[in-house]
Design a protein around this ligand. Structure first.
Ligand code: CP
Length: 310
């Protein structure tokens, strides 16, 4: 079986295949009755060691709409609190014969560690500052539906790039699909050698979003600052906050995105976030359910004896 630990290692045609597969689920999700039983009899375990609203609920909804038995591990009430290791936790979930395990963890690389220990597909729901592959897939799907293409677009990802797994997965996915990706951050929140991932770095926000087709805003990842320089919300907003006035510098029909959760008034104003034409933020959430349905379906095809990608 294959896992989905990151965008790294996926071929462009595999990314496009997952986006194409997700399209059918958008249609199903907009219907009154939202059911397809192809994962009936399979067990999905969601193990989230970090907080989540969108990713956890959309994986739960995705599994249920495809007919799987979905179990959410309550990490706060689990034996993790008694000192059980990550590996022992993974081996325990595996012994219960899970058919899919979705993991979010605060440590980069933790999901791969678990993937190496279990007998079923593992999906990364965000590990430390490493990757958040389903977020990048749902962002790519949102862009493709709104702009009609990804290749040839200029996408500016702005804010705390250093601590962002969303930025990393998006750079990998969008450059693989032919977009020009700019990253815009203060020097203290910009990873060194980001060019090696294929992104073009900017420190000046206004220059970075000049003519961009898509402006993707990120929040300050306060939980991962490790005592590093932390700008005050006011200071950050003044330099790197997206306002309607600033958005004028981007392309005339530029799309505004944010993975959530937002800190309104810090990296983005409510006027921009709630803009009826320009903001795609709630559409991103909708695409998240469809993309996760596609990933659960495709990754379990081999175990269900169905021809497919994995
Ligand atoms: N975008 C995202 O991962 O949101 P959650 O942390 O709410 O899952």
């Amino acid at each position: 079986h294959r896992h989905l630990t990151g965008i790294y290692g996926l071929q462009p045609h595999e990314i496009l295949f997952l986006l194409d597969e997700a399209e059918q689920w958008i249609t199903l999700n907009r219907a009154t009755t939202k059911h397809d039983d192809r994962l009936s009899g399979l067990t999905l375990i969601n193990a989230f060691f970090e907080n989540s609203t969108r990713t956890l609920l959309s994986f739960e909804i995705a599994g249920k709409r495809l007919g799987a038995d979905v179990v959410n591990m309550a990490v706060g009430q689990s034996s993790v609190k008694k000192g059980e290791t990550l590996i022992d936790t993974a081996v325990t979930l595996n012994a219960m014969r899970a058919d899919m395990i979705v993991i979010r963890h605060q440590s980069s690389g933790a999901v791969q560690l678990i993937a190496d220990k279990v007998d079923c597909p593992v999906l990364n729901a965000g590990d430390g500052r490493h990757e958040h592959p389903t977020q990048a897939l749902l962002d790519a799907l949102t862009i493709r539906r709104r702009k009609g293409r990804i290749g040839g677009l200029t996408v500016a990802i702005c804010g705390d790039i250093l601590h962002s797994r969303v930025a990393r997965s998006n750079i990998l996915a969008l450059t693989a699909l032919g977009a020009e990706v700019r990253v815009v951050a203060p020097p203290t929140l910009m990873p060194t050698a980001i060019e090696r991932l294929g992104a073009i770095p900017f420190h000046d926000f206004d220059k970075g979003i000049e003519g961009a087709d898509v402006v993707m805003m990120l929040r300050l990842q306060n939980e991962r600052m490790d005592g590093a320089y932390l700008p005050s919300p006011r200071e950050f907003h003044a330099l790197y906050g997206l306002t309607m006035e600033r958005l004028e510098r981007a392309a005339p029909d530029a799309l505004v995105m944010h993975p959530g959760p937002m800190n309104r008034g810090v990296e983005i104003t409510s006027e921009v976030a709630d803009h009826p034409d320009r903001s795609a933020i709630t559409e991103q959430v909708e695409m998240g359910v469809a993309v996760r349905m596609a990933c659960l379906d495709v990754l379990t095809r081999k175990r269900r004896g169905v021809e497919g990608w994995a």
